[in-house]
Design a binder for this molecule. Structure first.
Ligand SMILES: Nc1ncnc2c1ncn2[C@@H]1O[C@H](COP(=O)(O)OP(=O)(O)OP(=O)(O)O)[C@@H](O)[C@H]1O
Length: 625
């Protein structure tokens, strides 16, 4: 029993077992129902704490493990009016659903997502001669099933499709072909053009897709009119839905749905449950939804693991006999090894996993490392580093050596000295046109993005804050920057809060440069590539004092790096084990690298992280199966 809930809450906060916000929530509920069973309040605080860790719900059977005094919750949890079952009082703040306890808002979000997905299960009519179209779009290429072709077929047949795959497995290529095919079919049947929208959870991810999609459309083997009907502009989800400052609500919702027939969302692993619920709410009933992402990456910063849940069974396929027979007809492939007719579920028929990386061939160290990490294969991880591939290196993790690598790079793989050299070498004359300064700013941003140091944490000796200090100091000592205080030329900064007035989004990175001040002189300005209304990129110089929420970004957390890629990526792990060190974190860090990856970690810490696979509690998969 908990004799004094106020004391219990205070002690738990003091001991770091609860956050203040969890305690505040329990106190709020206590005020709603005076005399409520203290165990219900403790449960509410624990559910709130678990949400902070990304879990949508808590297994009632585990409450006793979390807090011994909660005993056998099954016996008392349903007796409070604060807890209702799904059919019960809709005002009850906690919901008990099949042995899982939720805060109502998250239970509702989960139900909304599940309903929207289930409503899109089933097969749409497919055109005659789809096999001919697919053969044309996906010429035979290597042995084994062509998973891109399979993914394309699945996306054509259903109003809901998930295409998952590691870096460079062809998600973008596949979706462009899906869109080309859908538009060509509409064109052929004399139907209006489909209204297609492309979106990503962050500005960075949107800009990256934006950069690759135009080229993909250009290479598509379809009529010019069809090409023109595929948009190349990618927007952020916030912008798509119409975010309102200071409000969680969006302009587009169930009552004011998006004007869209097909919505494609890239980097879907970054979308939390609440955002997914809002997106699906705003999607008209007849619209198609195609989600792209890498299921093995870190889950969203906020609670939920929507893509992970949707793709939990992607590896094995679980195609049913109908899907198997249909894929044999339209794709001429045998997915026999991926069929399990007795286990197959409706969701499985809408998911395809791309398995061949075009970016990282068989001889790529980065590709092999990412695969070994994903498999939790420590011996494999070790042997990849021992192969001596030039794209990979593991260096001693002392904080000082991290700073040296970050500045000097290794071999051909650049460090930060490179972009500072480029800024100097490409500097326009003081009287050059503003267009020259814009081009220079764009080059500074491109050069900066060739390298990035990633850290697991913000704090600690190998965390972002200390590494930022060390790298700045190292650059100062080498004469590459003039000071380490305040604003100085070369300082790279990351925006930490959306600023709609400036068009800057959380996660955007800018570089500080001496640039024309508009009054005939020069002043420090921060150059950003901002997205315009049409999804294109525009160079913008911002006065530093207008940037209310920025921080230096020689080092950034792996979490913040999601949706970005760098030619050379270095990952520094802390010396001590920590709860943030997980397989997904290391995999996400490694797969940010396009050409070179450098690991700065002790072997035992890497092993510790690779063995820890995260599992976020959520009921989404249960609802969908
Ligand atoms: N079927 C294919 N035939 C030839 N080249 C391909 C094919 N599919 C993809 N590629 C090439 O492989 C590279 C990666 O493809 P793509 O960008 O579509 O992958 P992705 O999974 O979207 O990558 P990312 O990890 O960047 O999101 C591109 O250069 C693309 O042109």
């Amino acid at each position: 029993m908990i004799a004094d809930i106020a004391r219990w809450l205070d002690t738990a906060v003091a001991e770091g077992r609860l956050r203040s916000i969890d305690r505040a929530f329990a106190r709020f509920l206590a005020a709603l129902e005076p005399g409520v069973d203290a165990r219900v309040l403790a449960t509410a605080a624990l559910v709130s704490r678990e949400l902070g860790e990304g879990h949508i719900c808590v297994d009632v059977g585990r409450l006793g493990e979390m807090e011994a005094s909660l005993g056998e919750p099954e016996r008392w949890i349903g007796t409070s009016s604060l807890v209702a079952d799904p059919a019960g009082d809709p005002a009850a703040p906690l919901v008990l659903d099949g042995g899982w306890i939720y805060l109502r808002r998250f239970w509702r979000d989960e139900a909304r997502v599940a309903d929207a997905v289930v409503s899109r299960f089933g097969n749409l009519p497919v055109p005659a001669e789809l096999d001919v179209e697919l053969d044309r779009l996906f010429p035979r290429d290597g042995d084994g099933p062509d998973w891109q072709k399979i993914a394309c077929a699945i996306a054509i047949r259903g109003a809901f499709a998930v295409v998952t795959g590691g870096p460079g497995t062809g998600k973008t290529t596949t979706v462009v072909r899906v869109l080309g095919l859908l538009q060509a079919l509409a064109h052929r049947e004399g139907l209006p053009r489909l209204r297609i929208r492309l979106a990503a959870p962050t500005g960075k991810a949107a800009a990256r897709l934006n950069a690759s999609i135009a080229g993909q459309i250009e290479r598509l083997d379809v009529e010019a009119a069809v090409k023109q009907a595929i948009p190349a502009e990618v927007t952020t989800l916030h912008r798509l839905l119409g975010s309102r400052p200071d409000s969680r609500a969006f302009r587009h919702d169930r009552d004011n749905p998006l004007h869209v027939d097909v919505l494609v969302i890239d980097e879907a692993s970054m979308i939390d449950l609440e955002m997914m619920a809002a997106t699906l709410d705003a999607l008209p009933a007849g619209a198609r939804l195609i989600l792209l992402g890498d299921k093995d990456q870190l889950s969203s910063v906020e609670a939920g693991a929507v893509l992970g849940d949707l793709c939990a069974r992607a590896e094995q396929g679980y195609y049913d006999v109908d899907t198997q027979a249909w894929l044999a007809t339209v794709c001429h492939v045998d997915v026999g090894p991926w069929t399990m007719p007795t286990e197959a579920r409706a969701l499985d028929q809408h998911v395809a996993m791309l398995r061949r990386s075009r970016r990282f061939g068989d001889d790529s160290g980065i590709g092999a490392l990412a695969a070994a990490i994903n498999a939790g294969d420590l011996a494999g991880v070790r042997s990849v580093f021992e192969r001596g591939d030039t794209d990979l290196a593991a260096l001693p993790p002392s904080p000082e050596s991290v700073a040296v690598l970050a500045i000097e790079g290794r071999g051909e793989a650049p460090g930060y000295a490179h972009y500072l050299d480029r800024i100097e070498a490409a500097r326009p004359a003081a009287d050059a046109s503003f267009a020259h300064f814009e081009a220079w700013g764009a080059e500074a941003l491109r050069s900066y993005a060739r390298f990035q140091l990633l850290c697991a944490t913000r704090h600690g000796d190998n965390g972002v804050l200390r590494q930022n200090e060390r790298i700045a100091q190292g650059l100062l000592e080498r004469g590459l920057i003039e000071t380490v205080d305040g604003w100085y030329e070369g300082r790279p900064v990351m925006v930490t809060r959306n600023d709609y007035a400036l068009g800057l989004m959380n996660g955007d990175v800018g570089v500080t440069l001496w640039a024309p001040d508009g009054q005939g002189g020069m002043a420090l300005r921060v150059v950003f590539a901002v997205m315009d209304e049409r999804g294109g990129e525009r160079i913008r110089f911002v006065v530093p004092s207008r940037l209310a929420a920025v921080e230096t970004v020689y080092a950034m957390t792996v979490h913040k790096s999601q949706g970005s890629e760098f030619e050379h990526t270095a990952l520094a792990l802390p010396a001590e084990p920590s709860p943030v060190l997980t397989r997904e974190l290391v995999y996400t860090g490694v797969t940010r690298a396009r050409r070179w990856f450098t690991l700065l970690a002790a072997p035992d810490i890497l092993g510790y992280a690779v063995q820890r696979k995260t599992q976020r509690a959520s009921g989404l998969l249960r609802r969908l199966l």
